[in-house]
Write a protein that binds this ligand. Structure first.
Ligand SMILES: NC(=O)C1=CN([C@@H]2O[C@H](COP(=O)(O)OP(=O)(O)OC[C@H]3O[C@@H](n4cnc5c(N)ncnc54)[C@H](OP(=O)(O)O)[C@@H]3O)[C@@H](O)[C@H]2O)C=CC1
Ligand SMILES: Nc1nc2c(ncn2[C@@H]2O[C@H](COP(=O)(O)O)[C@@H](O)[C@H]2O)c(=O)[nH]1
Ligand SMILES: [K+]
Length: 346
């Protein structure tokens, strides 16, 4: 056994130190970024915030709403081929910049992926997503996917350490997804004791990825627009959101009326709710690693997006970044023991 003694940080452990700035207005901030990729010849321009590939968040409806504002959606892997064909038949070609098709690493997953891509060749992004990105089988799957799809942009995850980011990039991933256990409906840290505070994971993984010319997605743990800004400040190229985009018209999940209030169901993809729905229950050798919750119904996602994007533009003006790209260079984090004043929150 060994112990690493340096303390790893989460979003709640830091704040941005304000800096002098020449920006006159938050309207002067551009949140768009342009990326070239390590393997794929594609280029991408957009606002690098994405909906998670959860069946309550990464829906076709979410993709239509988010792509309007140049945000991205990792579509969940449980749509059938015919649902995909139906969705893409009404899709303008440019919208393919803002969606990924997701896959697991089983034979069924790769067969279904092949069919979806064969029938929808304009799809540009593939998101290979597993809970534990440390297995050899997963790395081999990434390699095989790169061989099959040399031009697609491949996202692979999840991992939390630099050496595995490098390995996945070398296996053919363009973008590595980072986060084990920070999610709002995640119970991995409780069930397994495994995890890595998200801010430190981002800092370490971004450094590893950028050294090789790859990108990272910070996945999970953002509960406020300020957390998203901190993820970008720490070096994330993209930020993926689950819970913050749950509960909207465009989200999946049942509507629940209770005590005169309206809620929407939201659950982890490793929860018993998800496993009952998609694979007929929790296998007898494993535990669920996700929660099922009810979130207050929030209406159209557009309003939430304005709140998020407005918050991040404001962060940028506080540190003098006229473009999101400059935010990390202009970031000094201070370690803190307090966040917001909660006297009027419940
Ligand atoms: N970011 C995170 O912290 C987490 C995210 N999730 C999300 O939920 C989805 C469903 O998760 P889940 O059903 O748990 O697993 P996955 O769908 O990710 O499982 C992928 C494959 O990896 C194998 N595997 C081996 N060890 C592990 C392990 N420790 N954890 C998970 N899989 C393992 C699984 O086999 P077998 O099932 O036979 O073991 C399975 O074949 C994920 O794809 C991810 O989107 C889930 C948990 C954590
Ligand atoms: N450990 C688990 N993690 C999960 C599960 N379902 C999804 N996730 C991860 O959470 C993020 C979203 O995080 P949020 O804080 O923004 O809500 C998602 O992208 C997955 O990586 C699960 O059942 N268990
Ligand atoms: K995900």
């Amino acid at each position: 056994m060994r112990i690493e003694y340096d303390i790893k940080l989460g979003f709640k452990d830091v704040m941005f130190r304000p800096k002098r700035s020449t920006l006159k207005s938050r309207s002067e901030v551009s949140l768009e970024r342009e990326f070239k990729f390590l393997h794929s010849p594609e280029t991408w321009t957009g606002i690098p915030i994405m909906a998670a590939n959860m069946d309550t968040v990464g829906t076709f409806e979410m993709a239509l709403a988010l792509s309007e504002k140049k945000l991205f959606t990792a579509i969940h892997k449980h749509y059938s081929l015919s649902k995909w064909n139906n969705f893409t038949s009404n899709l303008t070609k440019d919208k393919n910049n803002f969606i990924a098709v997701s896959t697991g690493i089983g034979q069924n997953d790769s067969d279904k992926l092949a069919k979806i891509i064969q029938q929808n060749p304009n799809i540009k992004f593939i998101c290979i997503d597993v809970a534990n990105g440390y297995s050899e089988h997963f790395a081999n799957f990434v390699k095989q996917t790169r061989e099959l799809y040399p031009k697609k942009v491949i996202i692979a995850g999840n991992v939390v350490t630099g050496e595995m980011v490098e390995e996945l990039l070398l296996c053919g991933a363009d973008i590595v997804k980072v986060g084990i256990g920070p999610g709002s409906v995640c119970t991995t840290r409780v069930k397994t004791g495994v995890g890595y505070p998200q801010l430190s994971a981002i800092i370490e993984c971004a450094d590893a990825a950028h050294g090789l010319g790859g990108q990272i997605i910070s996945d999970g743990g953002c509960t406020t627009p300020g957390d998203i800004a901190k993820a970008f400040g720490a070096g994330a190229d993209f930020v993926m959101l689950g819970g913050m985009l749950a509960g909207h018209d465009e989200s999946g999940g049942k509507i629940i009326e209770s005590n005169g209030k309206t809620y929407k169901q939201f659950y982890g993809m490793s929860s018993s709710t998800a496993m009952d729905k998609h694979v007929g229950g929790v296998a007898n050798y494993r535990a669920s690693e996700g929660k099922t919750v009810e979130v207050l119904y929030k209406g159209a996602v557009e309003n939430t997006l304005q709140d998020i994007l407005g918050g991040i533009r404001s962060t940028c003006t506080y540190v003098g970044a006229s473009r999101l790209k400059e935010l990390t260079k202009r970031t000094t984090f201070i370690r803190v023991n307090e966040q917001e004043n909660t006297i009027y929150s419940k």
